[in-house]
Design a protein around this ligand. Structure first.
Ligand code: MLT
Ligand code: ZN
Length: 476
């Protein structure tokens, strides 16, 4: 950790000289939104938010901060689930926002690559790809605000991992500002480039602790020609798993999302989200959203979906199902899934456990983790949901109805430890797609200790010897 002090007036003047008045926020009212995460778990403090308008400006900002030993916190859309973009409370850290690096630099349909700057939102990147007849196959609930730089820095996963992998699987090249202000231009768009250490993958998932991603070359896939979506009622995660294996047996390559939701989670969405409607005759204990997609023309996906669901209904695996018959119906079904986090926030305080286990273990994990949490805190409301097709369950807990939110949140370590004990039993991970941020560094020695953590610490020390990049995140 650097020996830090509150940034001096002369540093702020030098930063202003680089980014101009509109690129530097120092007024507390202007900086306030940048100092807190959207979940309101963490509130930090800062003397300044710097908003560079180019990679060169950002590099000079980092160089000035490094020269004065001032730590920096990179921030994109500030949608982290683990406080990854919140500064420390003591006001010593400067926030560097990537929001003004928002240019689409190149779209190449022949190479099927999209080159974008860090501040482009995921949604805008998806649109740029779609306009050129391609698909950027990364989809997360916060895609309207989340920016590419942050999405890559945390190696986001999301809804389509079952088919296309995580953010790191879509990166061909990166441009990164290193902790001393050097710009590494690795914006190559090669499918084969077998030339030593794969540096770009070091920065993906490092959560801004090794450098600041300023641009990326993303790998695209063909746009689907047919998409079929259904919402299915099931009586539990076991039935959901059986349904998943049936789709796999039928046409595994067409599954583009397979999401699980609980009855309680769905009831929060129906209660808190305007316009949310359940397209089924009655509520169920659990739901599955299945999406099939193919770039092949006339593949008959809708018929295939109906056929698998009819058989599953006959066999009692599915209780009821609604197949989307239009783009609007498809969006309405997806909305029920994507608003889960927002609905939980409106319902009260929640503790999130973004964990993964092998797909085949999801039902047993949910059963045992539910029992562990109910034993720990009677009255707690379990809201497991998420990306069942890749084994990533958001094993979220909502505060007991009569409890104080602050009291409940103060139990977060006890709750996470209880859930993680079950995750460990099934050889899972304590962070599947949200990363480590400020919330989980304390878990690292227990889960990644020994050679693995020591290696991470040596990489950090080699690339950021002064320790100015996003201190207090990822590593304990
Ligand atoms: C989602 O998939 O909607 C988010 O990653 C989940 C969360 O709120 O834990
Ligand atoms: Zn998720």
């Amino acid at each position: 950790m650097p020996d830090t002090a509150v940034p001096t007036v002369s540093l702020l003047d030098s930063l202003r000289a680089v980014v101009g008045d509109r690129g530097l926020l120092t007024d507390a009212t202007d900086t306030a939104p940048y100092t807190q995460d959207w979940r309101r778990l963490y509130k930090g403090s800062t003397q300044a938010v710097v908003r560079p308008g180019s990679t060169a400006e950002l590099a000079e900002v980092v160089r000035l901060c490094a020269a004065s030993g001032t730590p920096v916190v990179p921030q994109g859309g500030n949608t982290s689930m683990v406080g990854g973009a919140v500064p420390a409370e003591d006001g010593t850290e400067i926030i560097i926002s990537t929001a003004r690096l928002n240019r689409i630099r190149d779209m190449d349909p022949a190479d099927m690559t999209l080159t974008v700057e860090a501040g482009v939102t995921l949604k805008a990147a998806q649109t740029a790809a779609a306009d050129a007849g391609c698909l950027l196959p990364l989809s997360i609930s916060s895609e309207g605000s989340a920016q590419i730089g942050g999405v890559l820095a945390v190696n986001a996963g999301g809804n389509n991992t079952v088919r296309y992998g995580n953010a790191r699987d879509m990166v061909l090249g990166l441009e990164v500002v290193l902790p001393d202000g050097t710009v590494w231009n690795g914006l190559r768009r090669l499918r084969k480039d077998n030339t030593g250490y794969c540096l770009r993958q070091l920065f993906v998932g490092a959560e801004g602790t090794l450098g600041i991603i300023t641009a990326a070359v993303l790998k695209l896939v063909p746009q689907p020609k047919e998409i079929a979506v259904a919402l299915c009622a099931v009586d539990g995660p076991e039935a959901a798993l059986t349904l998943f294996t049936r789709f796999q047996a039928h046409d595994a390559a067409s599954i583009s999302a397979f999401e699980l939701m609980s009855g309680l989670g769905m009831s929060f969405v129906l209660k808190h989200i305007p316009g949310a409607v359940l397209p089924l005759a009655e509520p169920a204990p659990f739901y599955v959203l299945v999406e099939l997609a193919t770039p092949r023309p006339q593949a008959g996906l809708r018929d295939m979906l109906e056929q698998v669901l009819e058989q599953a209904l006959e066999d009692g695996i599915v209780l009821d199902a609604a197949i989307a018959e239009s783009d609007a119906q498809r969006a309405a079904i997806w909305k029920l899934r994507e608003e889960h986090s927002e609905a939980q926030k409106r319902e009260g305080a929640s503790v999130k456990n973004d964990v993964s286990v092998p797909v085949s273990k999801v039902p047993a994990f949910i059963r045992e983790a539910t029992a562990a949490c109910e034993a720990l805190m009677p009255g707690v409301r379990m809201v497991p949901f998420g990306h069942m097709g890749d084994g990533n369950i958001h094993f979220n807990l909502e505060q007991p109805v009569a409890a104080e939110a602050a009291w409940f949140l103060a139990q977060d370590h006890a709750i996470m430890d209880a859930v993680n004990a079950v995750v460990r039993k099934f050889d899972g991970s304590f962070s599947a797609e949200h990363g480590i941020g400020k919330l989980k560094p304390y878990m690292m020695p227990d889960w990644r200790g020994g050679a693995e953590l020591a290696l991470m610490q040596r990489i950090k020390a080699a690339i950021d010897p002064v320790g100015i990049m996003n201190p207090g995140k990822v590593l304990p």
